[in-house]
Design a protein around this ligand. Structure first.
Ligand code: RTP
Ligand code: MG
Length: 141
C-alpha cells in the first residue's frame, strides 16, 4: 500500500447535473481526502495544455470543446492507493462499458461527456496536480 495523490476533475456534464456533492461523497466513503479544490471555467489553452498527451488523437478537439463547455470542479485527492481507488470509483472511460455503481455508469452519457477525469499513474498525477494547484494551495491532512 502506498499513500498517493491523484488529480480529479468533475467534468462540465456532471457539474451541470448538480452531482458534485454526490461524487464527493463517494470519494470520502472510499477513504479519499480532498486536499485541494477549485471550481473553474477552463480556457481553451488550459484544456489543450492539460490534455496535451492526446493532441494527435482524433477525439482531441471534441474533448477540448467539451471540457470548456461549462465549469469544472478540480480537486487533488489523497489516500492509500488513491490513483487506483479513484479510477475504480470512476469506471471505464466509455460509460456503456463502466461497471454498475461506478460514477460513469451512474452519471455519464457518452465517451465524450463522461463525468470525471482521474490521473492514471503517479508521474501523471504529480504533473496534473501541479498544473492546477500551487504547493501552497495543497493542505496537509
Ligand atoms: P480521463 O483521462 O478523462 O480520466 O479518462 P480516461 O483516462 O479514462 O481516458 P483517456 O484515454 O485518458 O482519454 C481522455 C478522455 O478523452 C475522451 N475520449 N474519447 N472518442 C473516443 O474514442 C475517446 N477516447 C477518449 C474521453 O472523454 C476520455 O475521458
Ligand atoms: Mg486519462
Amino acid at each position: 500500500m502506498a499513500l498517493e495523490r491523484t488529480l480529479s476533475i468533475i467534468k462540465p456534464d456532471a457539474v451541470a447535473k448538480n452531482v458534485i456533492g454526490e461524487i464527493y461523497s463517494r470519494f470520502e466513503k472510499a477513504g479519499l481526502k480532498i486536499i485541494a479544490a477549485r471550481m473553474k471555467q477552463l480556457s481553451r489553452a488550459e484544456a489543450e495544455g492539460f490534455y496535451a498527451v492526446h493532441r494527435e488523437r482524433p477525439f482531441f478537439k471534441a474533448l477540448v470543446d467539451f471540457m470548456i463547455s461549462g465549469p469544472v470542479m478540480i480537486q487533488a485527492l489523497q489516500g492509500e492507493n488513491a490513483i487506483a481507488v479513484h479510477r475504480d470509483l470512476m469506471g471505464a472511460t466509455d460509460p456503456k462499458k463502466a461497471a454498475p455503481g461506478t460514477i460513469r455508469a451512474d452519471f455519464a452519457d457518452s465517451i465524450d461527456a463522461n463525468a470525471v477525469h482521474g490521473s492514471d499513474a503517479p508521474e501523471t498525477a504529480q504533473v496534473e496536480i501541479a498544473y492546477f494547484f500551487a504547493s501552497s494551495e495543497i493542505t496537509a491532512r
